[in-house]
Ligand binder design. Structure first.
Ligand SMILES: [Mg+2]
Length: 359
């Protein structure tokens, strides 16, 4: 590995089947049953998460619920409860942060931890990983799979290696042997399309890809080719970034002339909601709470908020809530000089499927 600079020790912690595990922990009658979280099979719902028991029937997330029922007729459907997942996630991240301040959240149930400078009192990264797994089990009654490696790439692949409830440690001198027999698909930058092109070139396994010269990969994949060249050798310099948790996103406008017409204000709220929705999308966040801010002509300012059952980044949903909240203000009876739309109670991760669950 990189010979200059001290060896890094990175953990990737990934909760096992998180949504389903939370429900199964809280309701013992679900033990051993094929449980899925998702929309109803009667509607056009999709599966958001499947327990390991359900996965044995070939059920996967993003599969239409109706198709899942055909594979397993005694499947137990549970409506997603994001408030509960988020509360649980905060407790779990508290545990992670009790081991190192260098925690990078990747999603609601997944994080990179840089423990290079935080090995005491445990003594080694492996011992830290074991202590984290014990703490999550003891305090939250849930299991987390952990991968330990010299960088994010290796830690991430390692956490997936022995799931669920696994611990995989890849010391620097084992990196090459660990990666060699794996499919190129295991590399984080390789999606189905890239995989197809690599396999067509004879690069099916990581060890095959290592034979590819850097300039050939760059010719095939551009800048991305250099990343592939490094990744298949286990080289990854990306730091664990301390992403400070964003608490809110908002957008507001002060108008040169006071606004009197509610219709005009509603249109403005839609515009502000669109801007908020876009910045949520850019940061891969969704929000539970929508707030509007209204400043009247005499400078008095009020806010109105609503918290949703399901987090959203949908521009129309945010705009709709904002318009409803406006009707709870005196806008229209009093002139308005400033309008704002904000969202808070934010959640990390890809939640595009959410709109499908509301049927
Ligand atoms: Mg997970």
């Amino acid at each position: 590995m990189d010979s200059d600079g001290p060896q890094r020790r990175i953990l990737h912690c990934d909760m096992d089947c998180f949504y389903a595990a939370v429900h199964m922990r809280d309701d013992p009658s679900l033990a051993g049953k094929p449980v899925v979280i998702g929309g109803s099979p009667q509607g056009r719902g999709v599966i958001a998460a499947a327990s390991y028991e359900a996965r044995k029937f070939g059920i996967r997330s993003a599969m239409p619920s109706a198709q899942a029922v055909r594979r397993c007729d005694h499947l137990v459907f549970i409506k997603p409860d994001f408030k509960r997942y988020r509360a649980e996630s905060l407790r779990i991240f508290d545990i992670f942060e009790s081991f190192t301040p260098m925690v990078q959240a990747v999603s609601i149930d997944e994080a990179y931890l840089d423990v290079s400078e935080h090995l005491e009192p445990w003594g080694s990264a492996t011992a830290v990983a074991q202590a984290i797994r014990r703490a999550v089990k003891k305090e939250r009654h849930l299991t987390v799979s952990v991968g330990v490696g010299p960088n994010r790439l290796i830690a991430k692949i390692a956490s997936d290696h022995d799931k669920p409830d696994g611990l995989t440690v890849v010391p620097p001198k084992k990196v090459a042997a660990f990666l060699a027999p794996m499919s190129v698909r295991c590399l984080p930058s390789v999606g189905p399309a890239t995989e197809k092109r690599l396999v067509a070139k004879g690069f099916e396994l990581v060890r095959d890809l290592r034979r590819a010269p850097a300039d050939e990969l760059e010719r095939l994949f551009g800048k991305h080719g250099r990343t592939l060249f490094n990744y298949c050798r286990g080289i990854d310099e990306r730091p664990v970034r301390l992403v400070r948790e964003r608490k809110s996103v908002s957008s507001e406008t002060t108008y040169e002339e006071d606004m009197a017409l509610v219709e005009e204000m509603r249109a403005e709220l839609d515009r502000l909601a669109a801007s908020v929705g876009r910045s949520l999308g850019k940061r891969d966040l969704s929000a539970f709470t929508v707030t509007i801010k209204v400043r009247y002509g005499d400078f008095t300012t009020i806010t109105r908020s609503q918290t949703l059952a399901t987090p959203t980044r949908d521009i129309e949903v945010i705009g709709g809530v904002a318009r409803r909240l406006l009707s709870k203000s005196e806008a229209g009876q009093r002139p308005v000089r400033l309008l704002g739309v904000g969202v808070s109670n934010l959640l990390h991760g890809r939640l595009e499927q959410l709109s499908l669950w509301t049927d």
